[in-house]
Design a protein around this ligand. Structure first.
Ligand SMILES: [Zn+2]
Length: 334
């Protein structure tokens, strides 16, 4: 990779420094305006392996998601040189990571890509029921925010293709896509964004939620809920990927979106509103370091929950009660 390309994007430079590590496989899925969209893989490459699928940088002004993934990846690769427990874990699980998806948006610190398209409004999913315009996605102009575009972007085509390929060689896929910018606390969202109906795998969402809260009682700063409790949108990529996966006979896909509550950083440091990334990114160095490490326990949990999914995935016996619990918890309020 020419050095000038890496210079255009500091996160790309950080990623390319890690590519030499022998535990890591990489592939360039696309070049977009000359910038590479990388797929990274760590772990067992054989068939029928559970996969933790991690995505960052869908919105270019939310670089913190990419930075968290890269910092965690660097931590894992350093541990893999000496930690036999972690080496053994990666014999039975694989990470597939697309840490810098919207490379042109990241380069210019814009939410949309260089064509003005919001990747999280670009899938074919259409919202139903009450929705806010233009937040829910609009087709009027790429000059306005939340533009849906008229065709599937190269970035989303790449994610969809990697997901299809991943599911062909996996027996289970747990996904997390990292964002920032909504609200004052951290949320873990599951489908749907398009409407208020529960997903077919509500029981799995309850099981994973309770597994995390039971195993990490001091990490109670995540609100786990369907995205539609916050707002509904057209074109959510994870709704689309989830529904596509549900239609075929392949392995289960359970997608989550981490929405880091960045408004809190603003309240503690109001001057950062004048910074270009201020609304979506911690500006003070100590806060950045804290945010970079804050989600490692969640990532480690997701990795282990993926490897040992057979120990917590609902059975035909436990599923009805978990489903009822999910309806009570998230779908009985208006
Ligand atoms: Zn976002």
């Amino acid at each position: 990779m020419p050095a000038d390309t890496a210079c255009r994007l500091p996160e790309l430079e950080q990623l390319e420094r890690l590519l030499e590590h022998r535990a890591l496989n990489h592939e360039v899925l696309q070049y977009i305006d000359g910038l590479p969209l990388y797929k990274i893989e760590v772990g067992q490459q054989g068939p029928d392996i559970p996969v933790l699928f991690l995505v960052g940088g869908i919105h270019g002004n939310e670089a913190i998601g990419s930075q968290i993934l890269l910092a965690w990846l660097e931590h894992l690769l350093a541990r893999l040189t000496w930690d036999s427990g972690l080496q053994a874990l990666f014999e039975r699980v694989r990470i597939v990571m697309l840490p810098l998806v919207n490379v042109t948006g990241l380069e210019h610190s814009t939410r949309a890509n260089a064509e003005g398209i919001d990747l999280m409004r670009n899938s074919p999913m259409r919202a139903r029921g009450l929705r806010l315009w233009p937040l829910a996605g609009q087709t009027v102009s790429p000059k306005l925010p939340w533009y849906r575009g008229s065709t599937l972007t190269l970035e989303n085509q790449a994610i969809i293709k990697v997901m299809q390929h991943t599911r062909q060689t996996a027996n289970f896929v747990l996904a997390m896509d990292l964002h920032s910018g909504f609200g004052t606390h951290d949320r873990l969202w599951f489908p749907y964004a398009a409407h208020r109906q529960p997903p077919a795998h509500l029981a799995e969402a309850v099981a994973l939620c309770d597994l995390f809260n039971g195993s990490y009682p001091l990490h109670d700063f995540y609100t786990i809920e369907p995205q539609s409790l916050s707002y509904t949108t057209h074109g959510d990529l994870w709704d689309h990927l989830y529904d596509t996966a549900r239609m075929d006979k392949g392995p289960l896909l359970l997608p989550f979106t981490l929405e880091i509550g960045s408004w809190l950083w603003l309240r503690k440091n109001p001057r950062q509103i004048f910074n270009r990334l201020g609304l979506f990114h911690p500006v003070l160095p100590h806060r950045l370091r804290r945010v970079l490490r804050r989600h490692w326990s969640l990532l480690e949990f997701l990795l282990r929950a993926t490897a040992d999914h057979k120990h917590w995935i609902p059975t035909p016996e436990t599923r009805p009660a978990l489903n009822r619990l999910g309806i009570q918890r998230w779908y009985t309020k208006d």
